[in-house]
Design a protein around this ligand. Structure first.
Ligand code: CAA
Ligand code: NAD
Length: 283
């Protein structure tokens, strides 16, 4: 199946990154969020990223304008009516995603694929609220999307082979490397990454070391590009908590219990870089 028109739901850090990469690789993109100001914030972020590429001499100003002209904005889900694929990147919450998929199933054309960028939630359960579970699939990009090579692809129980191949081809057309994994909580990426981040938070909670020292140990001792607490702030502490809750509930094993300090920060609105404060503070 030929994919040309993409709708991205959620203009946060992942949605805007996905929209940027799609536009840079020739797709027509509709970037959707709940409010016009949220979409505008996403577009401003994309412009800033592209401008940086222009300043580094990697793309021309004209190319930047061409990429931006491929992105239109939306606050109405009915704008899904002429797309070939929807990539949902709204908040990591099952009820929100089910609600969105039920509506997208009504609005999107029959042939359209409904993909989700969920970090951890079961694809099969999301697919079950639609009348097209064979066209629902997980397409899990990594943050920051323009830089990271991996896309995890996750089939739900009913996902068709054609849909899998189309989505794999699309990921490759975005110059990403697709790895297929099975539909279990957290897939592979977050089943391994998030318990490490949670353990780093426990290390701070139990007074073993400060956030800066925990990060220093992992950066200098294990050659990680970012320490786990810097990475948690970068991902978003709300997203980290949602993922830990999904692992905890999905596997029922206490080893996935979210650290109380993570819960406390999220309750305080300390969501990391995006809110200006998490384990560190940001301008
Ligand atoms: N958006 C776009 N590009 C960005 C960026 C952003 N937010 N941040 C950095 N970059 C680009 C820079 O422009 C630079 O590009 P060039 O080399 O082409 O000039 C490149 O990335 C390197 O950036 P810097 O030199 O400024 O900084 P760095 O060397 O420290 O790299 C990093 C930044 C790539 C983010 C690196 O720190 C890193 O790899 N961190 C770990 C990221 C990671 O683990 N991501 C996965 C998170 S988990 C996830 O995504 C799954 C989930 O479901 C939660
Ligand atoms: P974010 O908080 O930066 O952005 C989420 C956006 O979704 C916001 O702009 C919000 O207004 C919008 N939104 C919320 N509910 C919506 C709805 N009903 N309809 C339309 N838009 C809605 O979050 P993010 O970091 O971009 O994460 C988005 C998704 O991507 C989550 O499922 C997350 O688990 C996943 N993900 C995140 C990362 C990461 O590192 N942050 C990496 C991979 C995947």
């Amino acid at each position: 199946m030929i994919i040309k028109k993409v709708m991205v739901i959620g203009a946060g850090q992942m949605g805007s990154g996905i929209a940027q990469v799609c536009a840079m690789n020739g797709y027509d993109v509709t970037l959707h969020d709940l409010k016009a100001e949220f979409v505008e914030r996403g577009i401003t972020g994309i412009r800033k990223q592209l401008k940086r590429q222009v300043d580094k001499g990697r793309i021309t100003n004209d190319e930047m304008e061409t990429f931006l002209s491929r992105i239109s904005t939306s606050v109405e889900l009915k704008n899904a009516e002429n797309v070939d694929i929807v990539i949902e990147a709204a908040v990591e919450n099952m009820e929100v995603k089910k609600n969105l998929f039920a509506q997208l199933d009504e609005f999107a054309p029959e042939h359209a694929i409904l993909a989700t960028n969920t970090s951890s939630l079961p694809i099969t359960e999301i697919a079950a609220v639609t009348k097209r579970p064979e066209k629902v699939i997980g397409m899990h990009f990594m943050n920051p999307v323009p830089v990271m090579k991996l896309v995890e692809i996750i089939r739900g129980l009913a996902t068709s082979e054609d849909v899998f191949i189309s989505v794999k081809n699309m990921a490759e057309s975005l110059k990403k490397i697709a790895v297929e994994v099975n539909d279990f909580p957290g897939f592979v990426s977050n089943r391994i990454l998030m318990p490490m981040i949670n353990e780093a938070i426990y290390t701070v909670y139990e007074g073993v070391a400060s956030p800066k020292d925990v990060d220093e140990v992992m950066r200098l001792g294990m050659n990680h590009p970012m320490g786990p607490l810097t990475l948690a702030d970068f991902i978003g502490l709300d997203t980290c908590l949602y993922i830990m809750e999904t692992l905890h509930e999905g596997f029922g094993d206490d080893k996935y219990r979210p650290c109380p300090l993570l819960r406390k920060y999220v309750k305080a609105g300390w969501l990391g870089k995006k809110s200006g404060r998490g384990f560190y503070t940001y301008e």
